[in-house]
Design a binder for this molecule. Sequence first.
Ligand SMILES: Nc1ncnc2c1ncn2[C@@H]1O[C@H](COP(=O)(O)OP(=O)(O)OP(=O)(O)O)[C@@H](O)[C@H]1O
Ligand SMILES: [Mg+2]
Length: 140
Amino acid sequence: MDYITHSEAETEALGARFAAGLSDGAVVALYGDLGAGKTAFVRGMARGMGLDVRVSSPTFTIVNEYTGPRELCHFDMYRLEGADELFDIGWEDYLRRGAVCAVEWSERVEEAFEGDEIRVRIEKLDDNARRITIGGQGTC
Ligand SMILES: Nc1ncnc2c1ncn2[C@@H]1O[C@H](COP(=O)(O)OP(=O)(O)OP(=O)(O)O)[C@@H](O)[C@H]1O
Ligand SMILES: [Mg+2]
């Protein structure tokens, strides 16, 4: 499905609606350039999951964990060389524990996915417009 948003708030709202329909344990692979709006989308996801938390890019860590009525693990792979580092911090445990996992810069860790991830691609159309494509499992 393709959506166009015209502001950060609209992207957050889409993320919230999307996450409200996700099962626990879902893996969301996000793609898009710097400043595309991946973190904005994940901030919305947290809201849609009923989490009253501040979501920012995990700058100094690979993952931020948000806990409340549900659990969201927010990964940022920007600084990673490859999936090995992700396995080193216990990626497989994250997959098993039933949290929703949202992964920014998924292109860096493609081999970590098991084929059941939901792909979300965000493209900058202009300063404020974004095309957000939410794929099926294992598609783009
Ligand atoms: N329609 C839109 N949706 C989302 N963000 C938008 C939109 N229009 C403008 N913006 C701006 O684009 C930026 C998106 O920042 P955000 O941190 O979410 O991007 P990102 O994809 O996570 O980048 P990074 O790769 O650096 O982590 C913000 O400054 C936001 O205000
Ligand atoms: Mg980000």
